[in-house]
Ligand binder design. Structure first.
Ligand SMILES: Nc1ncnc2c1ncn2[C@@H]1O[C@H](COP(=O)(O)OP(=O)(O)O)[C@@H](O)[C@H]1O
Ligand SMILES: [Mg+2]
Length: 199
């Protein structure tokens, strides 16, 4: 790119920040259907890690779509651009030493592969919030499934837009079989084990 001058040799290095924080940085990417439990689990994990003194940041569908991605809709193309911006944002936070929780439907393998490419495979931990469609629909936290079934929302993931389950996720959370606290604990434990300074 013209007139862009990297400043890598002047900025505070990620490794220095990680030592200061007492943990490594990384992105925990939660994917799953609407109502699967991504936001609920991510918020519980954020609270616990924050309380333990971690530098933790939560990027969630609902906060990102009002600002950073407020101009985007839900076509596959817009979903892709949405995820691209989020992944770039997560990458900046990783460079700043943060543990970033990203909770987005991110419905296709292609979209998640793009996020992983942007963030870097070594910093990307895919968490499948694995809740059957029937359970998500029965929960219907936001009443969106009812609207999608009534044809009031088009292109709703799981109804008339595809969701492709991860093939080899870092974690596979079966939320229909466990409490919120147990699901969150699985994520916290994995982050604590994986993102140590020695690791
Ligand atoms: N083990 C679990 N993990 C996460 N959520 C659960 C679990 N069991 C039940 N739930 C409920 O499922 C709903 C998930 O909603 P939400 O977190 O908004 O989903 P998403 O962000 O994936 O759309 C919440 O009402 C939550 O209390
Ligand atoms: Mg959510």
């Amino acid at each position: 790119m013209t007139n862009i001058h990297p400043i890598h040799d002047r900025i505070v290095q990620r490794a220095e920040r990680e030592i200061g924080n007492g943990h490594r940085a990384g992105v925990i990417w939660l994917t799953g259907l609407s109502g699967s439990g991504k936001s609920t689990i991510a918020a519980a994990v954020e609270r616990e890690l924050f309380t333990a003194g971690h530098f933790v940041v939560l990027l969630d569908g609902d906060n990102v779509r009002t600002g950073l991605c407020g101009d985007l809709g839900f076509s596959l193309e817009d979903r892709k651009e949405n995820i691209r911006r989020i992944a770039e944002t997560a990458r900046l936070f990783v460079a700043a030493g943060a543990q970033v929780l990203c909770s987005f439907v991110s419905p296709t393998r292609e979209i998640r592969a793009m996020a992983q490419d942007i963030i870097g495979a070594e910093d990307f931990y895919e968490v499948f919030v694995n809740t059957p469609l029937e359970v998500c629909e029965a929960r219907d936290v936001k009443g969106l499934y009812a609207k999608a079934r009534a044809g009031e929302i088009k292109g709703f993931t799981g109804i008339d837009s595809p969701y492709e389950a991860p093939e080899n996720p870092f974690l596979d959370l079966k939320t229909a079989e466990q409490t919120v606290a147990a699901s969150a604990q699985e994520v916290v434990r994995a982050i604590r084990n994986e993102l140590t300074l020695q690791g």
